[in-house]
Design a protein around this ligand. Structure first.
Ligand SMILES: Nc1nc2c(c(=O)[nH]1)N[C@H]1C(S)=C(S)[C@@H](COP(=O)(O)O)O[C@H]1N2
Ligand SMILES: [Mo]
Length: 326
């Protein structure tokens, strides 16, 4: 078997993921409690080397105008350095374990304030003949970033199929909770199933995107196959993976990170260099980029308001106090 040396950026994990380190402590404590004081860790999955890009079926996608000037992070970083806590809190856990998730067939339940509700096949939600490529900046709340070339469709296009009614002021998303396939959910690290939400006008903004692919290929499981949200002006945790339930609501919906710690993770979670996380600065970020990805020396750059997408989204928040509504 091919033994793959971890790329340089994994070495600095603790330096760049203060949240994960903190959560791992909680996870261990929770494990202690659940097992009556005996630390019971799940059996680690077989360590798999990262599959090559060519292992994933290609998708046809039209290029669109939504592209930042900076080049994309390497495939190995995009698919090997992930947050997907259902498979563990380590950055390499998803790449090692998410292959366990069954992603086909896949259905999505549509509920709440809409004309059309029910259970729909993935293919009924997504027109695989009308895919777009969107090269977006991705900014994690942990203060690292990557540029990622997603493939998918605008979120609004999908939501409109279900004709949300006038009471639909928000939309909530849930990740499939496949208990047997998701070893990380043995612990109450977060409220499972992972849930997220947007105000309806945010969801209908042309930048909000549903991805089914990355790098012109079918989405690897660690990136949220078969269907994940991408909200590039918000911290990465809003971009919920492996969605199997969408609920149109009248009231602001619960979100897993906000339920876990409302002071640290607000409902809006817009990327904002002027509002620090209570435990670290958000003024700058480490860039996992094409040149830096494998050397460990990550470039640092200033974080941009709304992650650089202010022109497209700032008007959504006119008159709002973004410190209060963080
Ligand atoms: N279901 C689920 N979705 C999730 C997460 C998660 O733990 N579970 N992590 C979030 C966080 S913190 C980030 S930064 C992004 C990472 O997406 P990527 O691994 O595709 O880069 O996924 C988000 N979506
Ligand atoms: Mo994140």
């Amino acid at each position: 078997m091919l033994i793959r040396r971890p790329p340089g950026y994994t070495i600095k994990e603790n330096a760049v993921t203060p949240r994960a380190a903190w959560l791992r402590r909680r996870e261990i404590l929770a494990g202690f409690a659940a097992a009556g004081g005996t630390l019971a860790l799940p059996r680690a999955g077989a360590t798999k080397s990262l599959p090559a890009m060519s292992n994933y079926p290609p998708l046809k996608a039209a290029k669109t105008a939504y592209s930042p000037s900076n080049p994309a992070a390497p495939w190995e970083a995009v698919t090997g350095y992930n947050n997907y806590y259902e498979f563990g809190t380590g950055k390499s856990d998803p790449a090692k374990k998410a292959h366990r998730l069954t992603t086909a067939p896949w259905t999505v339940s549509i509920e709440g304030e809409a004309e059309k509700t029910g259970t729909f096949a993935l293919e009924d939600l997504i027109d695989f003949n009308a895919l777009e490529e969107r090269i977006y900046r991705h900014r994690c709340v942990e203060a690292w970033s990557m540029v990622i070339p997603w493939v998918g469709v605008p979120l609004a296009q999908v939501l409109q199929k279900f004709a949300p009614n006038s009471r639909a002021r928000y939309v909530q998303f849930f990740t499939k909770w496949a208990r047997k396939e998701m070893p990380g959910t043995l612990w109450p690290v977060l409220k499972w199933p992972y849930r997220e939400g947007l105000r309806i006008d945010e969801a209908m903004n042309p930048l909000a995107f549903l991805a089914v692919g990355v790098y012109g290929r079918i989405l690897p499981n660690q990136n949220g196959a078969p269907l994940r949200l991408v909200v590039p002006w918000k911290y990465g945790y809003k971009s919920i993976k492996s969605i199997d339930r969408i609920v149109f609501t009248q009231d602001q919906p619960e979100t897993s990170w906000n339920m876990s710690n409302a002071r640290e993770y607000g409902f809006y979670s817009n990327v904002n260099p002027h509002v620090d996380h209570p435990r670290w600065s958000q003024a700058s970020e480490r860039v996992i980029g094409p040149q830096t990805g494998f050397r460990g020396a990550l470039a640092r750059r200033d974080t941009q308001m709304f992650n650089g997408y202010a022109d497209a989204v700032a008007s959504l928040y006119t008159g709002m106090d973004l410190k209060k509504n963080h």
